[in-house]
Design a protein around this ligand. Structure first.
Ligand code: PHE
Length: 463
C-alpha cells in the first residue's frame, strides 16, 4: 500500500517562522512581563536566560531530532524509533499538556482579541479624560467584564469561540497553506508593531527607571520558587517538553540545521520578550505605577491605562493588542497541531474531524472551568482556581518533566550514531565540536538541573 504523502514546510525560512511562531505568544507579552514584575526584575531575567541556554536549547535540539528523524507525531515517533513503550508517555503527557494549556490560553487569547475590537470601537477613549483613580477603576471594570468576572459571563465565551474558530481554520488548511502561510505573513508585522511601541516607550520621560527594573539584577529577590518559575517559563516560552517541537520538526526540510535553528529561535524569542518588556515597563514607571503589584493583569489593566494617556494612545493600544493577538494565534496553532497530528496519523481520523473534536473539547472544558461565574469557575484545587491550576500543572510540572524525560531518552537511549547522522544532515554539516558540547549538556547538565529545581520546590533540598 502506498503511504499517504505527508506535508512538509517548503523552506528553511518557513521552518524558522513556524517554529518562532510557536515560541512567540502570550508568554512574551503577558507572562514574561508579569513574572519579571513579580519576581524582582533583572535577577529573574538572569536565571531565565540560564534556563534557556542550559535547558531550553538542548531540549529543543533533542525534540527536533526525534521529530525530523522519524517524521511522525509525538507518539508515533517513539514507535518509529522502536523505543520501549514507556517512552510514549512523553507523547501522551504532551497531548495532555497541549489540552490543559489550550483550556486557559484560548481564554486569555480571547481577552486579547476583544481588546483589539474594543480599541477599534473606541471603548478606551474615555480614559484619556479621566483623572488617575477614576481611569484606573474604569480599566479595572473593563478588564473584569472582559474576563467574565463582571456582569457578563457570555462575552469571554464568545471570544474564546472566535479564537478557536480562527485557529481551527488555519490548522484545517494544513501545514503549508495554513501554518506556513500564516506565520510567514504575520510575524514580520508583529516585529514592526513591537518596535513602534518601543520607540514610543523609550521617548517618554522617566523611561530609564523602567529599563533599570528590567535589567538591574537584585539577587536578594530570588528564591526556590522564583527559580522554579523561571524554569517553567523557559519551557513554556519555547514550547518544550510536550511534543510541539517534535510535531513541527516532523515537517522540517531535510537540510535544516537542527542545532542552529534552536539558537536562532531562542534568541529571537528572548528579543521579543525584552522588546515587550521595554514597551511596557518604561511606560509603567513613567506613570508611577509599581509593576510588582500588578500581577497577571499588567497587560490588560495597566497597558490601556497608560497608553491612553499618550498622544495617539488609542492607535498604540490597538497596535499592541493586535501584535499580541498575532503571537497568541501562531502559538495556538502549534498547540492544536499536537493532538490533531496524533488523531489523524495514529487513529486515522481525518484532519478536519480531528480539529473539530479537539476544538470542541477545548471549548467545552474551557467554558465550564476557566470563566469566573461558569459551572466550575470558582472551584479550587489547593489554593488555585482551575485556570491557575492548568497553568501551574503544565509550566511547572508536565513540561519540565517532559523535558527531563526527553533529555534522558536522547542522551542515553538513542543510538549515538543515529543522533549524529541526523543532526549533521548525514555528515554534510560540520558539527563535531557542537555535537560534543550538546551531548555533554543533554546527558549531564539538563536532567540534573531540572531535578535540582524540582527537589528544591518540593523542599527536599533547599538552595
Ligand atoms: N510558547 C508559547 C508562548 O509563549 C506557548 C506555547 C506553549 C505554545 C507550548 C506551544 C506549546 O506563549
Amino acid at each position: 500500500m502506498e503511504k499517504p504523502k505527508r506535508e512538509n514546510f517548503s523552506s528553511g525560512i518557513a521552518v524558522f517562522f513556524a517554529t518562532l511562531g510557536s515560541a512567540l505568544g502570550l508568554g512574551n507579552m503577558w507572562k514574561f512581563p508579569y513574572l519579571v514584575g513579580n519576581n524582582g526584575g533583572g535577577a529573574f531575567l538572569f536565571v531565565y536566560l540560564i534556563c534557556v541556554f542550559l535547558l531550553g536549547i538542548p531540549v529543543m535540539i533533542s525534540e527536533f531530532f526525534i521529530g525530523r528523524h522519524t517524521r511522525k507525531n509525538a507518539i508515533g515517533a517513539f514507535t518509529e524509533l522502536k523505543a520501549n513503550p514507556f517512552w510514549k508517555c512523553i507523547g501522551y503527557m504532551g497531548i495532555l499538556s497541549s489540552l490543559f494549556i489550550m483550556f486557559f490560553y484560548t481564554d486569555v487569547a480571547g481577552w486579547v482579541y476583544s481588546y483589539v475590537f474594543r480599541g477599534i470601537k473606541g471603548d478606551f477613549n474615555i480614559l484619556s479624560s479621566l483623572e488617575s483613580t477614576k481611569a484606573a477603576n474604569t480599566t479595572q471594570s473593563i478588564f473584569l467584564n472582559t474576563t467574565g468576572a463582571g456582569n457578563s459571563a457570555i462575552n469571554p465565551m464568545i471570544w474564546q469561540l472566535i479564537v478557536l474558530v480562527v485557529v481551527s481554520l488555519i490548522i484545517i488548511a494544513g501545514v503549508k497553506k495554513g501554518i506556513e502561510k500564516v506565520t510567514k505573513t504575520l510575524l514580520p508585522i508583529l516585529f514592526i508593531l513591537v518596535i513602534i511601541c518601543d520607540i514610543r516607550a523609550l521617548t517618554l520621560q522617566g523611561s530609564k527607571e523602567g529599563l533599570n527594573f528590567l535589567f538591574n539584577p537584585d539577587f536578594s529577590k530570588l528564591n526556590g520558587s522564583s527559580i522554579m518559575t523561571a524554569m517553567g517559563l523557559a519551557f513554556f516560552k519555547l514550547s518544550l517538553g510536550m511534543g510541539t517541537m517534535i510535531t513541527y520538526a516532523s515537517y522540517f526540510t531535510n537540510d535544516n540545521n537542527l542545532m542552529r535553528t534552536p539558537i536562532k529561535v531562542a534568541l529571537s524569542d528572548i528579543m521579543v520578550s525584552l522588546l515587550a518588556g521595554i514597551a511596557i515597563f518604561p511606560v509603567v514607571f513613567s506613570f508611577g505605577i509599581k509593576p510588582e503589584g500588578s500581577g497577571m493583569g499588567l497587560l490588560f489593566t495597566t497597558v490601556p491605562l497608560i497608553f491612553m494617556k499618550l498622544p495617539f494612545g488609542n492607535l498604540l493600544l490597538i497596535a499592541f493588542f493586535f501584535l499580541t493577538a498575532i503571537a497568541a494565534t501562531t502559538a495556538l496553532i502549534s498547540l492544536l497541531e499536537v493532538p490533531v497530528a496524533f488523531l489523524s496519523e495514529e487513529l486515522k481520523i481525518n484532519r478536519t474531524k480531528s480539529v473539530i473534536i479537539i476544538s470542541s473539547i477545548v471549548l467545552i472544558v474551557g467554558i465550564l472551568t476557566v470563566h469566573p461565574g461558569s459551572l466550575f469557575g470558582n472551584a479550587m484545587i489547593g489554593s488555585r482556581n482551575l485556570f491557575d491550576f492548568y497553568d501551574f500543572l503544565t509550566s511547572n510540572i508536565l513540561m519540565p518533566l517532559g523535558g527531563f524525560l526527553i533529555a534522558l531518552f536522547v542522551g542515553y537511549v538513542v543510538n549515538k550514531n543515529t543522533l549524529y547522522q541526523t543532526l549533521s544532515n548525514n555528515g554534510t554539516l560540520n558539527i563535531a565540536v557542537s555535537f560534543k558540547l550538546y551531548q555533554f549538556v543533554i546527558r549531564y547538565i539538563t536532567p540534573i538541573l531540572v531535578l535540582l529545581v524540582f527537589l528544591n520546590s518540593l523542599q527536599i533540598i533547599t538552595f
